[in-house]
Design a protein around this ligand. Sequence first.
Ligand SMILES: [Ca+2]
Ligand SMILES: [Ca+2]
Ligand SMILES: [Ca+2]
Length: 261
Amino acid sequence: MTKRKIILIGIVLVLLFPLFASVFVKAEIITLRSYKKASPPTIDGSFTNAEWSDAYHTSFFHEPDSIYNHPNDYIHIYIKNSQDKLYLLFDILPDNTSENDDFLNIYFDCNYDDIIDNNITMNLRRDHAPDSVLGNQIVHWIMGFGISPNKDKNHSILELAINITFSSAYDGSSRPNEMNYTLPVGNANETIRIIFDAVEHFSDWVIPQNGDYIDPTTYADLLLNRVPSNVPFGTPLLIGTITIIAIAATIMQISRKIKYY
Ligand SMILES: [Ca+2]
Ligand SMILES: [Ca+2]
Ligand SMILES: [Ca+2]
């Protein structure tokens, strides 16, 4: 192999490396959006397409701990809000078991001071077992078990509505009864910090996937009141084509220079 060929192969590999890396690295969900919508879903633990078709949607592939024989499959999350409610749906495809111990913890750092807002932490159990968790006073939830538009085998579906206020007056320590039983989402450009942490019975997942509820700096930013960005279907294809043409042109240019070198 000539020196020129070796240099060319090296250049191609360097240029294509980010492409390969993006394919093999599992993207972490660190930013979530909530679309501003007035149409309220029915909080009943069943998922019909119509009630969530106008919501923000994201998902990731999850491999649960083998302890409960839950299959590897996707976790889907749908989010939208009105002026006084934040709605979320979790379609938990791997959780093919229905237990009272199925639950999801939700932690907040709404005032961005790197300290957990302990007085609004939520603990959403399937059986709504009586407990003293203060955050549960501002959320209405039903955990269902059935099929959904994402999977035709029975699995867990958690649907919830949280009372919210766009007031910015929040010190991170108020209790729900001191805030008219609302979640304060008015700080930092209508953005809050949030983490979702599911127990093993509920297929043992976290959003962000590498987040740790102990450390609010690892939480996701949830941007409320957002408007969907209408990216035309062909746009990613067009950008991809232009990128490939640009890379090819660069390689040809360099190739010519090496030839006369
Ligand atoms: Ca529903
Ligand atoms: Ca379960
Ligand atoms: Ca805080």
